[in-house]
Ligand binder design. Structure first.
Ligand code: HEC
Length: 134
């Protein structure tokens, strides 16, 4: 029986494929790659200078913080309406503690989904920058 050039060529291709695949898998087993470092919130665009008016306050509105912690009938006696009313909760650590679900703080926003990491990070960076009224 004569084997056509094509058949031989095809078998060779197939064999090459199988072999390289084996080598590939063996390599993975022999040299497992280092675990990837945690992504640094890659969809997050935190400006170099975070602004209260442009970045932080809209988040407090979006996550209903201001709706509950309004001046007229503040939930828990806490008002977050306006920069000057927010700062005490930065200084006592409860704002960051509560949005990060840290132990010892009431998790916020109460009754709503947890804030995305990126948005929490935005507020954290602003606080780290000295929480300017900008
Ligand atoms: C549905 C109403 C509601 C929403 C929305 C809400 N809070 Fe609160 N928050 C409360 C109540 C009520 C308390 C008092 C503690 C409690 O009952 O859990 C409180 C307590 C707090 C405290 C004090 C926590 C502590 O442990 O001392 C902070 C700070 C706070 N809220 C910030 C926020 C922020 C920031 C948001 C938005 C991300 C938010 N809250 C959203 C109702 C709300």
């Amino acid at each position: 029986m004569t084997t056509s050039f094509f058949t031989r060529f095809a078998s060779l291709l197939f064999l090459t494929f199988v072999l390289t695949n084996c080598v590939y898998h063996a390599e993975e087993v022999l040299y497992p790659s280092e675990p990837e470092p945690e992504p640094v919130i890659d969809t997050c665009n935190i400006p170099s200078v975070v602004s209260y008016d442009r970045d932080v306050e809209p988040l407090l509105v979006k996550h209903y913080c201001v709706a509950c912690h309004e001046n007229a009938d503040p939930a828990g006696g806490i008002t977050l309406e306006g920069y000057g009313r927010v700062t005490p909760y930065i200084e006592n650590g409860s704002l960051l503690g509560s949005i990060r679900y840290e132990q010892g703080f009431d998790p916020m926003p109460k009754g709503y989904p947890r804030m995305p990491d990126c948005e929490v990070e935005m507020i954290r960076v602003w606080i780290e920058q000295g929480y300017p009224n900008n």
